[in-house]
Design a binder for this molecule. Structure first.
Ligand SMILES: [Zn+2]
Length: 233
């Protein structure tokens, strides 16, 4: 086999290796991207915070109402235990009782409204929890699938590298260096085959005399236009 035939085979393997490496890189990106989950988690946290705040407000109003109820109880006791004789004083205690009742009723109305509001927030919270759980479950399944695909790719990669090694050993070092440089600068294609009497990479027409040379076992032959190594397959 000529040097160029070995290079051609080497490029065939390198192309497969590159394809696998690209796929592994895109798998890693997918595995590490969890923007959707983070966003849903943030929404969940903000609804939870809203719910907790409303709950705290309700509980604050409840404790205010409890305090007022205790005062009202004392007030009623004072009113009916007969210890207060002065009519003016009695009237003032009675007025205070009316005012306390009003305030308690007002607080209870507010508590009721806020509880209704918080029921809606709780529904929203449960909805978002379900969404978040579904997203997390789907993401986990996706990661599992991607990881098993990655394992298979890594196995193929190992096989290709084992296949590549004896081919590389057949090629002169300086030619390997030229090949690497060409692949780097020419869209991963260092070796171009002749197809319909032209360079398959750039379309440069090759004369029959040139084709004879390309078919011969000489080590190096380059396309005059694109400067790739030409090979007749
Ligand atoms: Zn060319």
């Amino acid at each position: 086999m000529s040097q160029r035939a070995f290079l051609y085979n080497l490029q065939f393997i390198d192309n497969q290796i590159d394809k696998i490496l690209d796929r592994i890189a895109s798998i890693d990106t997918k595995i590490n991207s969890n923007q959707e989950i983070v966003e849903s988690e943030n929404i969940l946290k903000s609804i939870q915070a809203k719910f907790n705040l409303k709950k705290a407000e309700i509980s604050e109003l409840e404790s205010q109402s409890n305090i007022l109820s205790k005062i009202l109880l004392q007030n009623n006791n004072a009113l009916y235990d007969g210890k207060i004789k002065n009519p003016k004083e009695l009237q003032s205690v009675e007025d205070e009782g009316i005012s306390l009742n009003k305030r308690i009723k007002n607080l209870e109305d507010r508590i009721f409204d806020m509880m209704l509001e918080n029921e809606l927030i709780e529904k929203e919270l449960n909805n978002q929890m379900e969404i978040h759980q579904t997203l997390s479950r789907n993401k986990k399944n996706e990661i599992d699938e991607l990881n098993s695909e990655k394992l298979i790719l890594i196995e193929s990669l190992d096989k290709l590298r084992i296949e590549k090694s004896p081919i590389e050993k057949q090629i002169k070092n300086e030619l390997l260096e030229k090949y690497a440089m060409l692949r780097e600068t020419r869209s991963k294609m260092a070796v171009a085959v002749i197809s319909e009497n032209a360079c398959s990479a750039c379309g440069n027409i090759i004369t029959p005399a040139e084709i004879q040379k390309i078919k011969s076992p000489i080590d190096e032959y380059y396309c005059q236009i694109c400067k790739r190594i030409l090979y007749y397959n």
